[in-house]
Ligand binder design. Structure first.
Ligand code: EGV
Length: 389
């Protein structure tokens, strides 16, 4: 029996991406959410096998020391030495909680006008709008080119997801530096969400050195949640400069939580050490392998393509043939118990622009990706609109 979607009761409210991801949980082939659902590597499995001992050790340790060790090992594994040395880091239950805290801090400081990368995963604009901020879309092309000669005063903050979700687009060091200098001159706070940086070495240059050198105000969200198959035991880090004394980040943080579990801090510390000692390489290999499986299955389907050829994030967009929409394709596939995401909601400022694609998650066992890829191929071959030549 297919389960009834609880949001069916409110037909006027279309589901967000996370509601669609929930429909996939435990049902059929789930390549919907971007979470890590691949098999643990042998050394990750060894850490998982030690969980009872880690729990005991965490109970006996000083939580503040575990917190610092988790932060530093994670940031250093991903090339962020300057942050590990100098930044203030608040450990949150998830990166969404970190973004919520940041959004509330902006609102409290009357910083309501936020430029946000477009497209991006819908929960980012939804959280920012949810606290009452006004969003302006900024395209990936514009971000790559560096700042336009925009008059200062149009924005209070600029929010960039890098690598971006779903495109995998990374902002390189030079444009980041240009944007950071522009933010410094314009009095704009630069906010980065680097949740996917572990998958892409091009996103592992020392961002915090660039931010600090520019003299701009900055806040960064980091996330362990997408990397390791730990059943959503994870941490989102909210990272900022010790000189950031205006945004009430610490106060809002303590309104919401006391801290994350010392057990999870210790687990993150151990998995970050494993990541630095070869775990990240293995992970990138798996994602690359799964991406190839998907692309190979679909390579001969007419008018179907992969727009993000340079992407290394654990999701892949498929551009659909003309005449098909991601909304219909994902809904039909869901009817066959194959769960992918439609593109529409990623284009939060212009949803119709996202109808041309679906998104497939790659942080899975290869046979799951392969099964999904075959089903998608069969569906597309059967439904491709007749082309008059
Ligand atoms: C992705 C799930 C939230 C989000 C999934 C995601 N939604 N946090 N409301 O973590 O790409 O599927 O980012």
């Amino acid at each position: 029996m297919p389960q009834r979607a609880w949001f069916d009761a409110v037909p006027s409210a279309p589901p967000n991406l996370t509601e669609l991801e929930l429909l996939a949980m435990g049902h059929g082939i789930n390549v919907a959410d971007g979470h890590a659902r691949q098999a643990p590597t042998p050394t990750q499995q060894r850490i998982i096998d030690e969980f009872p001992a880690l729990f005991e050790q965490a109970a006996k340790s000083c939580p503040a020391s575990l917190d610092i060790e988790a932060q530093r090992s994670y940031l250093c594994a991903l090339g962020q030495e300057t942050a590990a040395r100098e930044a203030v880091v608040l450990s949150c239950y998830s990166s969404s909680v970190a973004i919520e805290i940041l959004a509330r801090a902006f609102w409290e400081c009357d910083m309501r006008r936020v430029g946000l990368v477009h497209p991006t995963f819908d929960n980012i604009p939804d959280i920012l709008r949810g606290v009452g901020l006004d969003l302006t879309p900024v395209s990936e092309e514009q971000l790559a080119m560096g700042p336009p000669p925009v008059a200062a005063g149009a924005l209070d903050a600029l929010f960039i997801t890098t690598p971006n979700n779903p495109t995998g687009c990374v902002i390189p060091e030079k444009p980041l530096s240009q944007w950071a200098h522009w933010c410094a001159r314009s009095g704009v706070v630069l906010a980065l969400d680097a949740s996917f940086r572990g998958f892409d070495s091009r996103a592992q240059y020392d961002h915090y050195a660039v931010l600090t050198d520019s003299g701009c105000r900055w806040v960064v969200v980091e996330d362990t949640g997408k990397l390791w198959p730990t059943l959503d035991l994870k941490i989102g880090f909210l990272v900022f400069s010790p000189s950031e004394t205006v945004l009430p980040l610490r106060r809002i943080y303590t309104d919401i939580l006391l801290g994350v579990s010392p057990f999870i801090l210790l687990m993150v510390h151990r998995l970050a050490e494993d990541a630095a000692a070869g775990g990240l390489e293995l992970l990138r290999g798996l994602i690359e392998h799964n991406r190839k499986l998907l692309r190979n299955q679909l390579q001969h389907v007419p008018s179907t393509s992969f727009p993000d050829l340079r992407s290394r994030v654990p999701v892949e967009r498929i551009a659909l043939p003309d005449g098909m929409t991601g909304t219909v394709v994902s809904s039909d596939l869901r009817g066959q118990n194959i769960h992918v995401l439609p593109g529409r909601n990623f284009h939060w400022a212009a949803p119709r622009e996202g109808e041309g694609f679906i998104r497939v998650a790659l942080g899975r066992k290869p046979n799951v990706v392969e099964t999904a890829a075959k089903a998608i191929r069969q569906y597309l071959e059967q439904h491709i609109p007749d082309r008059k030549s």
